[in-house]
Design a protein around this ligand. Structure first.
Ligand code: TTP
Length: 194
């Protein structure tokens, strides 16, 4: 059965659409293009919430529906890592996460009748030691290219992750528990209200 969209998703990320679908939220997809350059001395939490808000506001101009924007950043020792630009960049990025913990921050913003509501979720991810051969083989799979930090916990990189403290869905791109709260406060129906 198909449902009419109840939310505009201001994102090109198929992961975010799938996560929303998994909680019964059908979306109209409106990718937006914003400048993702961090500001000098901006904290990672301020950065992901600012980008989430900018994406939601840019998307809201294209629709009458409440609109969600989100941004995910991988942070090691306070440094935002971004997405890898090449094989060597991916290997050094993911290599720097080998055998230790790092943070994944996801900001989410929903614009609607209640204004713009935001949340930020921090998850700690612990990876086992990765070999040079594994880093090279992982790049060839194509998975790291469009992912913050150069890995996908929901994909092949699951075998690198010993454990996490926080929200698995937030690492994939959208913290579903917090998102459900924001959607409820904007009057967007969830699966039990459809
Ligand atoms: C760490 C990690 C990130 N990611 C993804 C989530 C995000 O899609 C991406 C981070 O980039 P984002 O800039 O947050 O999102 P995006 O460019 O994919 O989409 P848009 O800006 O249009 O919303 O990395 C995973 O899929 N798995 C992971 O384990």
């Amino acid at each position: 059965m198909t449902h009419d969209p109840v939310l505009c998703l201001a994102s090109a990320s198929p992961r975010r659409r799938d996560l929303l679908s998994s909680i019964g939220v059908t979306v109209e997809v409106r990718p937006v293009d914003i400048d993702e350059t961090p500001r000098p001395s901006e904290s990672a939490a301020d950065y992901v919430v600012r980008l989430a808000r900018e994406k939601a506001l840019a998307g809201a101009r294209l629709t009458r529906l409440p609109t969600l924007g989100s941004d995910t950043a991988v942070v090691r020792d306070g440094e935002i890592l971004g997405k890898p630009a090449s094989r060597d960049h991916a290997a050094s990025m993911l290599g720097s996460l080998s055998g230790r913990g790092h943070e994944v921050l996801t900001g989410v913003a929903v614009s609607g009748p209640a204004g713009v509501l935001t949340a930020c979720v921090t998850t700690r991810v612990f990876m086992r030691e990765l070999t040079t051969a594994e880093l090279a083989a992982y790049w060839v799979t194509g998975e790291p290219a469009d992912k913050a930090g150069g890995y996908a916990i929901q994909g092949l990189a699951a075998v690198f992750v010993e454990h996490i403290e926080g929200s698995h869905s937030a690492v994939v791109g959208l913290p579903l528990f917090e998102t459900a709260d924001l959607l409820a406060r904007q009057g967007v129906p969830l699966w039990h209200e459809a």
